[in-house]
Design a protein around this ligand. Structure first.
Ligand code: ZN
Length: 412
């Protein structure tokens, strides 16, 4: 019996999310996000840019976390331009890199107006194919090939590009709706043709410039599955991402689970929606971007009812006015906020206050020397994050001091 094609998620917060104007994450915050995505059972995190020098220690340290078993589910994938030269440099800087996406533009608009004669349609395919071969020879386990601006690419050329990527050994094609130009109707049609013609798993990478990002992602995923191939939706926590953002992680999961007509489609069974609240709250804090009250599932109003008819109905039976349960998203637990004395651990903390902070989160140190070492790292972490550390960050530093030290180390 043929296995049903599946929908998995590749979260790109640590790549598209952080390359967005005006917002950024520290390397510790990126690390925490990888760990949270792993807890949530997300298939892959696009964890950064292997050629960007300030990422080198962070990327290598996170690959060590994989080795140590701290990241058990989520694969870490790097983003690169699809050139052999970049691939070679990347594997030199990040020798344990196993999963990558190689990106190159495929639309006439970009081939003509971005490459400006440096590359034409034929050489785009040649360049991409060579990069895929190079990556394989250097030890990549999985390679996705990104067709940048796929939604504005002539479909015949897109098919030819994807066929060549498959021939070169790519595992997936990333269909990038780089400008958010698609509608659910256009993306369904285009991906159906692409997937039927090439029979390769397809990543759906959408943007929200027309407010259609989740709808487009779901339509694209359906088209791929309907054509018999697996699909990977690209998401960002809280819908971060370039300009109007990428597909919001939680909204995409909710749409697949509860959307009308989505019943026959198979979502990656490892995904644990219960972690949503924690992950979204953390990302909001780390980015310094508040969660809108009307954000699906997570916003303050997602389960709030006030008008007479709605409140009465929801109290009689939640299904009257709620499509899914707040408990399923990890909501409903009381959150304890200290209203009396509070000792915090910061850039200038001393050992007494520091020990008090760790006692509160039930972490004990074997010796004074160990406590002193972790204190020093916590000071650096505060310099690094420039905001009070959350409990999970404190626990992470105590559990993996050597990794933390690498993450904080940057030399321009
Ligand atoms: Zn993007």
């Amino acid at each position: 019996m043929n296995k049903k094609p599946k929908i998995s998620l590749i979260d790109v917060t640590n790549r598209d999310g952080v390359q967005t104007s005006r917002i950024c994450l520290s390397k510790l915050q990126k690390t925490m996000l990888n760990l949270y995505l792993d807890e949530m059972g997300i298939f892959q995190s696009e964890f950064g840019f292997p050629l960007t020098r300030h990422e080198t220690n962070y990327l290598n340290a996170n690959l060590e976390l994989v080795k140590k078993g701290a990241l058990a589910t989520t694969r870490l994938g790097g983003w690169l331009r699809a050139t052999s030269d970049d691939v070679r440099k990347a594997f030199k800087l990040i020798p344990n890199l196993k999963h990558i996406n190689l990106s190159i533009s495929t639309s006439d608009q970009m081939i003509v107006n971005k490459f400006k004669g440096k590359l034409d349609h034929a050489s785009v395919i040649k360049e991409m194919s060579e990069a895929v071969h190079e990556a394989h020879s250097l030890g990549a386990d999985s390679i996705g090939v990104n067709a940048e601006d796929a939604s504005r690419t002539k479909i015949d050329y897109l098919i030819e590009f994807a066929q060549n990527a498959k021939k070169a050994g790519a595992e997936r094609i990333r269909y990038c709706d780089t400008l958010g130009y698609d509608t659910p109707f256009s993306i369904y049609e285009r991906i159906k043709i692409l997937a039927e013609s090439v029979q390769i798993p397809i990543e759906i990478h959408c943007h929200n410039d027309l407010g259609l990002v989740v709808a487009n992602s779901i339509a694209g995923a359906r088209a791929a599955n309907d054509a018999g191939v697996d699909t990977y939706i690209n998401t960002c926590v809280n819908g971060m991402g370039e300009r109007a953002g990428n597909a919001d992680l939680v909204s995409v999961i909710l749409a697949i689970k509860y959307g009308s007509g989505m019943g026959g489609y198979v979502l990656d069974e490892k995904i644990d929606l219960k972690k949503s609240w924690k992950v979204c709250k953390y990302a909001s804090y780390a980015f310094g971007v508040p969660i809108p009250i009307n954000q699906p599932g997570i916003g303050a109003n997602a389960f709030a009812h006030e008008s007479g008819i709605h409140a009465d109905g929801a109290l009689k039976d939640r299904r009257n006015y709620e499509l899914y349960d707040f408990e399923e998203l990890g909501r409903g637990e009381p959150e304890i906020i200290e209203t009396g004395r509070k000792i915090t651990a910061g850039e200038y903390s001393g050992i007494k206050g520091f020990r008090n902070v760790y006692e509160k989160i039930e972490v004990a140190f074997a010796s004074d020397a160990e406590a002193t070492e972790v204190l020093e790292l916590v000071r650096y972490a505060n310099v690094h994050n420039q905001k009070p550390l959350v409990d999970d960050e404190l626990k992470f530093i105590a559990k993996y001091p050597d990794i933390a030290r690498k993450i904080f180390t940057m030399a321009p």
